[in-house]
Write a protein that binds this ligand. Structure first.
Ligand code: CAA
Ligand code: NAI
Length: 684
């Protein structure tokens, strides 16, 4: 069956594309569309054309898997030109998503109708690209620069309603009657003497304020920092205003070709597929029966418990929240309400939605209220004895078959599971703070965790908007485990003479939002520190002993003013020098390259150890963790993809060269070494 078919409805030619799952504009679809346009031109009985997608969606864009491969004719720009050049009016009938090349096809059409739930956007920028089939030239001509710039540069889609208001959609049609409504619309416009041609329009771009581009750059500078594609998008839109259409298209093509062959786009495309690959679990049948989750219990209403609960409340799932005492329970519920109310103040929730979410929350001091929950997530103190006691108790109370999960950051899920008579129902669900905001979820698969339990948690993660990655049971799982060698080396570097603010700066320059010492200040240096037992055995002990607790009291590695502006503390620098002398560390000048290598190469090595020990299913899962949980810059593709671009041989060389200075705990991964020796990569 061809992916593109045509049929006649009276004098309207209906062109149907059905290329599951998302109607991507691969070669066969492009060929089909080109053929259909020829049919429309040669059949005198055809007065108008409707292009419609069957299945989930209108076209969700170019087929991303074709990038980097030899091009197959016809290219998308030619197909769009062919549609636009049709003497007979062409109507795009949009449902689902018209994204990227999909919206560019729609822009080539003379008219666009859409169902109310449709979304329209140009997300190419998120893949490190720009719309390369005339989108940067046609969209501003159709909706003006002020509306087109944010759409193209952010890549975020807009609703059918917003699109109609902007002039991108000519009519919103019935949700269940797209095709007949589009045909009726086509018949209605067929008798008109001329039809709007996007590339020929000037009404929306003439008189564009030339200052709009610089203003846009300034207003979005922070968000766009480090990425190449947004600037290329801005330049292409500017070309739509400054140049005739054909020259603008050339500019768009030139910018597109540069981006598509660059490392950033390769990395961002990797991220797209990595996120999707992470949802696939080795050794579990795709059709496994999932456990229905209608009611979720949360144990502990502290920092994590509250945030975790909000995820489920926001998805319309009932939550029972259990605490030890009334005060922390009230505090936890208060924080949830305040968070929702703040969102409502920003206009992103209605007061009714706030009350609706709160009505689904049942705060209680009784474990017995957890009995009929389908899933209970424990978020009490990070202490094995406490966790063991809690799981033993949960096992006796919560109904058989229900999932018992721990939000532990480091502890052994198998030991926790052993406290129950249902280890197959025990799993780790490691949320990140703030849990209602951060998208990453590490799902920790215990030695005895059942397949249905794992698959249910994976599906649930998608439902609550999380990006989930499966990890094995090891100290710190994937993310925190890799943080450990970085922190170790950061501590070592400052003792050996690298100023702590320089260490932070090197990571900021690489693209991280924060360096290790800024992060330590933010988390609080006194986390887990005890005044009575402190022996001045580490820099942290010494800082806490001098009441340098971090941002919370305005003094940590940095001094903070009332606006939280930071300056490196000379007192701390002196403390480090003295401590280094006492510990017998020689101080020397350390260059930025060595700092970078010593912070990041050991992380790559730890990632390789994680793979070697099968604690992650694939290298790209590790990238997903670091990209979504720890601010690793997206345009480098995550630690493992980045290492591939550096060259694994170079990484091993760097580790061997720096070894004499590195922390003694460092252990080279055999997998990394062997891959480096054979010129291999982690991501193939
Ligand atoms: N090309 C190839 N495969 C694609 C694809 C695309 N454009 N979009 C999605 N897929 C694949 C996914 O990889 C996934 O495959 P698996 O099932 O094998 O993992 C499958 O389609 C389903 O995708 P999702 O799991 O993401 O499904 P969803 O329902 O959650 O989301 C979607 C659907 C909103 C369309 C989302 O897939 C998406 O955002 N896709 C990308 C859209 C995009 O970036 N389009 C622009 C492409 S670039 C372009 O068009 C350039 C140009 O102009 C020349
Ligand atoms: P928290 O100290 O803010 O909250 C813990 C809550 O549990 C307290 O309100 C306490 O009263 C309650 N509690 C303790 N024992 C209880 C019991 N037996 N029954 C019911 N409630 C009980 O701690 P936080 O930060 O929320 O951490 C919870 C868990 O989440 C820990 O395992 C931690 O390692 C993990 N985690 C923490 C992250 C963070 O950034 N804070 C990130 C990811 C995981």
């Amino acid at each position: 069956m061809p992916v593109v078919t045509t049929h006649k409805d009276g004098d309207v030619l209906v062109v149907v594309s059905d290329n599951p799952p998302v109607n991507a504009l691969g070669a066969a679809v492009r060929q089909g569309l080109a053929e259909a346009m020829k049919t429309a031109a040669s059949d005198d009985s055809v007065k108008a054309v409707v292009i419609v997608g069957h299945g989930r969606t209108f076209f969700a864009g170019a087929d991303i898997t074709e990038f980097g491969k030899p091009p197959v004719e016809p290219g998308l720009p030619e197909v769009v030109d062919l549609i636009e050049a049709s003497a007979k009016p062409v109507v795009a009938a949009i449902h689902g998503t018209a994204l990227g090349g999909g919206l560019e096809v729609a822009l080539g059409c003379h008219y666009r109708v859409a169902v109310p739930s449709a979304k329209l956007g140009l997300p190419e920028v998120k893949l490190g690209l720009l719309p390369g089939a005339g989108g940067t030239q046609r969209l501003p001509r159709v909706i003006g620069v002020e509306a087109a710039l944010p759409m193209i540069v952010s890549g975020d889609p807009i609703s059918a309603k917003t699109a109609e208001a902007a002039g991108l959609i000519d009519r919103i049609v019935g949700e269940g009657s797209l095709e007949p409504d589009a045909i009726a619309f086509a018949r209605e416009v067929a008798s008109r003497s001329d039809h709007p041609v996007s590339s020929k329009r000037t009404d929306k771009i003439s008189g564009t304020d030339p200052g709009v581009f610089d203003r846009f750059r300034q207003e979005n500078a922070r968000r766009l920092k480090g990425f190449e594609a947004p600037e290329a998008c801005i330049q292409a839109v500017k070309a739509a205003v400054d140049l005739p259409f054909a020259e603008g298209l050339n500019k768009e093509r030139e910018l597109f070709m540069k981006l598509v062959s660059g490392t950033q786009s390769a990395a961002l495309r990797h991220n797209f597929f990595a996120e999707r690959a992470a949802t696939k679990i080795d050794g579990i049948a795709a059709d496994i029966q999932l456990i229905p989750i209608k009611k979720v219990g949360i144990l502990g209403a502290g920092t994590m418990g509250g945030g975790i609960g909000m995820n489920f409340l926001s998805a319309g799932i009932e939550v029972v929240m259990v605490e030890r005492e009334q005060a922390p329970l009230d505090r936890g519920v208060g924080v949830i309400r305040k968070n929702y109310e703040n969102t409502a103040k920003r206009g992103r929730l209605t007061p009714d939605q706030v009350e609706g979410a709160m009505a689904k929350l049942k705060p209680t001091l009784s474990y017995d209220d957890l009995a009929d929950c389908d899933l209970v997530i424990e978020a009490v103190f990070e202490n094995m004895d406490v966790k063991k006691e809690v799981f033993g108790r949960l096992d006796t109370i919560v109904k058989p078959g229900a999932i018992l999960a721990s939000n532990t950051s480091y502890l052994n899920i198998d030991q926790i599971a052993a406290m129950t008579r249902r280890p197959e129902s025990v799993i780790g669900l490691h949320f990140f703070s703030p849990a209602n905001v951060m998208r990453l979820l590490e799902i920790v698969r215990g030695a005895r965790t059942g397949g249905a339990v794992l698959a249910t948690c994976m599906a649930l993660a998608k439902k609550i908007g999380k990006i989930a990655v499966v990890a094995g049971v090891c100290d710190g799982f994937i993310g925190n485990r890799m943080l450990t060698p970085r922190q170790r080396e950061a501590n070592k570097l400052i003792l050996q003479g690298a100023p702590f603010d320089r260490v932070d700066q090197v990571l900021l320059d690489f693209g991280f939002p924060m360096g290790p010492f800024q992060m330590a200040d933010l988390a609080g240096l006194d986390l887990g520190w005890n005044k009575e037992t402190s022996k001045g055995a580490s820099i942290r002990d010494l800082l806490c002993e001098r009441d340098r607790r971090g941002q919370k009291n305005g003094r940590g590695f940095y001094d903070y003013d009332e606006k939280r502006n930071r300056t490196p503390s000379p007192e701390v620098q002196q403390i480090i020098r003295e401590f280094a002398a006492e510990s017998g560390e020689d101080q020397r000048e350390i260059g930025d390259q060595e700092i970078l290598e010593r912070l990041l190469y050991p992380m790559v090595n730890e990632g390789a150890l994680i793979l070697e020990e099968h604690m992650a299913q694939r290298a790209s899962d590790i990238d997903v963790v670091w990209l979504n949980g720890y601010g690793w810059p997206a345009w480098t593709g995550g630690p493992m993809f980045w290492a591939d671009t550096v060259g694994l041989g170079k990484v091993v060389e760097g580790l061997e060269k720096n070894a004499p200075h590195m922390d003694k705990a460092f252990r080279m991964s055999a997998l990394l070494k062997s891959k480096a020796a054979e010129g291999g990569r982690f991501n193939t």
